[in-house]
Design a protein around this ligand. Structure first.
Ligand SMILES: NC(=O)C1=CN([C@@H]2O[C@H](COP(=O)(O)OP(=O)(O)OC[C@H]3O[C@@H](n4cnc5c(N)ncnc54)[C@H](O)[C@@H]3O)[C@@H](O)[C@H]2O)C=CC1
Ligand SMILES: O=C(CO)COP(=O)(O)O
Length: 355
């Protein structure tokens, strides 16, 4: 009967689930908070014992989320086995540089069929692997998904209205994540394009750095719109050439995340770009940030990859020349502005139309 089905659905949704968050940084803390407030038992794993004690005793992660109280049944631990042993779903918020090492070190502790969702927006240095590919290689017996979207941790912890995307092949995995995370301030949309959703989250960090620089230089709203829109064209062109669905880039994980991070100083990538735009050295800007800015690593990998596969990415090339070469910001801006003037929406009008 329809009423029975509805009430059974509600009952399933309201059941307390054992869930795990791996990684005690800003985003791990934000996701643990949402899950705790949704009534779940959250096993919150972090490597630093002092941080575990602080979160247990004060309910605050002062290094990454000062002043934010973690409500609900959140159980911090540095014991990995204890953290994932009872869990139905494991969320991984470990920066891309450490992602494989952490999963590999503990791979035998994951259970057959356990759902493992990457929250990480980066690319592995060797082999251009995305985090879902690493999970597939290291723990193939698990069910894998990725979560990505305009999800600034600093806003989520304030319960500011937010939406995200869960991408997974299995509809049960998508539904499970929607049910666990969805609440009055957090909406979870679904997609099947794992590669596109994940690549969008990693690529947009590059353009957030560019946008931060433009903001530091007070370049104006027209320039910001140009950079965001051409960034979207560039990242879609690259991702589609690697097999992503172009429509994914019209959604929250694509244009949505690009808007959030390219327009906000809450984005760490934006802040790094801003600092460099104000004349700081990259290393100093990153050291001052004290948190991960994935875009500075992704930039190098995407530049190499785009050259290897012959995809035109002038913003990536220009930013690379500023951050890792010897080009001045003004010289790069000048060369971008004087480059050949192509078609606007090149998948409708071919690139050659104006040539
Ligand atoms: N902060 C945000 O607003 C969002 C971040 N993300 C993504 O989430 C991922 C994690 O970022 P954040 O939590 O923001 O970074 P963060 O810099 O705030 O924290 C990183 C955390 O990872 C831990 N960590 C680093 N290496 C580790 C290792 N070997 N073993 C165990 N733990 C280790 C650190 O101790 C720290 O707790 C990144 O890929 C980021 O792009 C995604 C959406 C939003
Ligand atoms: O991905 C994010 C928001 O969606 C966070 O961006 P930053 O890593 O630049 O802070």
């Amino acid at each position: 009967m329809p009423e029975n089905t509805a009430s059974q659905d509600k009952e399933t949704q309201e059941r307390v689930h054992d869930v795990t968050v791996l990684g005690g940084g800003s985003f791990g803390t934000a996701m643990a908070k949402v899950l705790g407030e949704n009534g779940h038992r959250v096993h919150f794993w972090m490597r630093d014992e002092a941080q575990v004690n602080e979160v247990r005793d004060t309910r605050i992660n002062s290094r990454y989320m000062p002043g934010i109280k973690l409500e609900g049944d959140i159980q911090p631990t540095s014991d990995f086995e204890d953290a994932i042993g009872k869990s139905e779903i494991v969320f991984v918020a470990i920066p891309s540089k450490a992602f494989r090492a952490v999963i590999r070190q503990h791979s035998d502790q994951f259970r057959e069929g356990q759902i493992v969702i990457s929250l990480t927006k980066g690319i592995e240095e060797h082999g251009f692997k995305l985090m879902s590919e690493i999970l597939q290689e290291e723990i193939p017996r698990c069910q894998i998904g990725v979560l990505s979207g305009p999800n600034l941790a600093a806003e989520i912890v304030n319960r500011d209205l937010t939406a995200t995307v869960i991408a997974a092949k299995d509809p049960d995995v998508r539904r499970a994540v929607q049910d666990l995370l969805g609440c009055e301030y957090f909406r979870v949309y679904a997609n099947v394009d794992i590669y596109g959703v994940e690549l969008a989250g990693a690529l947009k960090n590059i353009y957030a750095i560019v946008a931060g620089m433009a903001s530091a230089l007070d370049m104006g709203e027209n320039a910001k719109a140009m950079l965001i829109t051409r960034g979207l064209a560039e990242m879609s062109r690259f991702a589609v050439s690697l097999g992503a669905n172009p429509m994914t880039f019209m959604g929250l994980a694509g244009v949505g995340d690009l808007i959030a991070t390219c327009t906000s100083s809450k984005s760490r990538n934006f802040r790094v770009g801003y600092a460099v735009g104000k004349g700081k050295q990259l290393d100093d800007a990153v050291a001052e940030l004290g948190q991960v800015a994935e875009g500075i690593y992704t930039l190098k990998l995407v530049k190499e990859k785009s050259e290897a596969i012959g995809i035109y990415m002038p913003l990536v090339r220009g930013l690379y020349e500023i951050l890792y070469g010897s080009a001045s910001i003004n010289a790069v801006i000048n060369s971008l502005m004087m480059a050949v003037q192509n078609s606007d929406v090149e998948f409708i009008l071919p690139r050659t139309i104006t040539q």
